[in-house]
Design a protein. Structure first.
Length: 251
């Protein structure tokens, strides 16, 4: 994308992007000078100016008989986006509550292939409760989506302040990794030897996410309060009979 397209993607749409970019290049300048550089008609330029002033992207100053446009530092674009993000984060739980309560039916999404699996696993980073429960098959996850992706997901989850309880199933892994860790906000237990699953399940908020074995290669996301509560009850039973695993012995 060129600079104008980038500004438009950031929310400065239409001729506002052309006008703002021209004002940045000219510095303090008249509307006529900016309009000429931006390739905008003078009458239209004043309408664009009014919208930019209202949005806080530029200001004006009167000097004698002339009015000059002063562009704001581009850093305010980032501050504006951060402010909008903060507002969205604050209102998001209420919006999701309204969305989830509509219709009274579970929302089921199916994803195929490795990218779909990565998408569903990455959704755990959006956990509003900051508490994730998981039943994991490491032998399958090492193959798909792979060790590097999972390590990156762990780091991002810990940075987001999300705690996870993990029940590991299937054959023991020779690598001494992903054990209980305060730094990674993870508590690990191993399921009884006779309990083996080829799939991985994540439980958070009101979602149940299922990652299949490599043989079937799919991911499933089910958003349902009733189904989530049922799966959490099964998780707690399995958690109570699983063996705690201490911190990693490595550095």
């Amino acid at each position: 994308m060129n600079m104008v397209e980038m500004l438009q993607a950031a929310g400065i749409d239409g001729h506002k992007a052309d006008f703002y970019l021209a004002s940045l290049e000219l510095g303090e300048a008249t509307v006529a000078a900016i309009a000429q550089k931006a390739g905008i008609g003078r009458t239209n330029a004043y309408e664009v100016l009014d919208r930019l002033v209202a949005s806080g992207f530029v200001s004006t100053v009167q000097k004698g008989a002339r009015s000059y446009v002063i562009p704001q530092d581009p850093i305010m674009l980032l501050r504006k986006i951060e402010s909008q993000r903060q507002i969205i984060q604050e209102v998001l739980p209420q919006l999701r509550s309204i969305h989830n309560s509509s219709g009274g039916k579970p929302k089921v999404r199916f994803f195929s292939g490795v990218e779909g699996i990565k998408t569903v696993m990455s959704e755990t980073l959006e956990c509003q409760s900051k508490e994730v429960s998981a039943i994991m098959s490491n032998s399958e996850l090492f193959r798909t989506p792979g060790f590097d992706f999972i390590n990156d997901l762990i780091a991002r989850r810990a940075k987001a302040g999300i705690h996870v309880r993990v029940i590991r199933t299937g054959p023991g892994d020779s690598r001494d990794i992903w054990r209980s860790s305060k730094k990674d906000r993870r508590e690990l237990r191993c399921a009884p030897e006779n309990f083996e699953m080829g799939v991985t399940t994540y439980l958070f908020d009101d979602k149940v996410s299922i990652i299949s074995s490599r043989a079937e290669h799919y991911a499933l996301s089910i958003q349902s309060q009733e189904f989530f509560a049922f799966q959490m009850s099964l998780f707690e039973i399995l958690w109570s009979v699983s063996d705690p695993v201490g911190a990693s012995r490595g550095p």
